[in-house]
Design a protein around this ligand. Structure first.
Ligand code: URA
Length: 267
């Protein structure tokens, strides 16, 4: 029972991935000395006890910045090249804790691209975006307007799972943004749907001031690197938020009706 409680505690605190092959029992590590007794006034001065030097770590590989990501992304002429390039990109530390790259799902020539935040546990395991509980709700929402994930393209702002499902940082989002833009440019869709505040802010930048409650349901224009004209973009709630806040489903339903109307008349 004690072990189960300890495990549950780790899970609740976000430690839900094993990073080492062998478990480390840190409860029995030698405690560091807390203080040194003051030397007696007449005692000969002693050199302070030297702590053993910490083990040297191998120098971390230099992490590439958004410029390098942009250069790499721009060099990809196809979605396959882009996926391979992202798989080999070592500039984002999230790659080290994720199981794999979660590139995309759906049609390569989709009219509609749906952009989420970042993969969760289920997505990390399967390599596909939006396959967990939030993804199942998204599938139902798409079905309610006559769409399905096979006809759309589903991607994330950040393609690696952040540890413990934390929100990706602004630096991580900025680093992955060139890959997101490149994927959208290669698909060249007619319209974008962003789910949640992270995706809205990633794609709309300074035009996405305020929280998602203020942004949702209002059509904007997203400027995508490599596309000659901007794309209409509708921000809506993230399905994970809808699972926690069922009352917001009414507004999300309005957003999806607006998307359907757009697709029927202009898509
Ligand atoms: N939430 C996201 O934003 N993306 C996924 O792929 C899964 C959950």
């Amino acid at each position: 029972m004690e072990l189960m409680d300890a495990l549950r505690l780790q899970w609740e605190w976000g430690a839900d991935e094993a990073l080492l092959d062998t478990p480390q029992d840190r409860r029995h590590a030698a405690p560091a000395p807390l203080s040194f007794p003051a030397p007696a006034a007449d005692a000969p001065a002693k050199r302070p006890t030297q702590r053993p030097a910490p083990p040297r770590r191998a120098a971390a590989p230099s992490l590439a910045g958004p410029e390098e990501a942009a250069r790499l992304a721009a060099s990809c002429a196809t979605l396959e090249e882009l996926a391979a390039c992202m798989r080999g990109f070592t500039g984002c530390a999230l790659r080290d804790t994720a199981t794999q790259l979660v590139f995309a799902d759906g049609a390569a020539d989709a009219r509609l691209v749906i952009i989420g935040e970042a993969p969760g546990g289920e997505e990390d395991r399967t390599g596909k975006p939006f396959v967990g509980p939030a993804g199942q709700l998204l599938d139902k929402m798409l079905a309610s307007i006559g769409m399905d994930r096979g006809k759309a393209r589903i991607i994330n702002s950040v393609p690696w799972r952040p540890p413990g499902n934390r929100t990706p940082t602004e630096a991580e989002i900025a680093l992955c943004l060139p890959f997101l833009h490149r994927q959208i440019a290669l698909i060249a869709p007619r319209v974008l749907l962003t789910l949640g505040a992270v995706a809205a802010k990633a794609l709309l930048g300074a035009d996405a001031q305020g929280g998602i409650r203020r942004l949702r349901g209002k059509w904007r224009q997203a400027h995508i690197e490599g596309l000659p004209t901007s794309l209409p973009c509708l921000p809506s709630y993230h399905p994970a938020y809808l699972l926690r806040t069922p009352l917001a489903k009414r507004e999300a339903w309005e957003d999806f009706l607006s998307l359907r109307a757009w697709l029927e008349t202009r898509g």
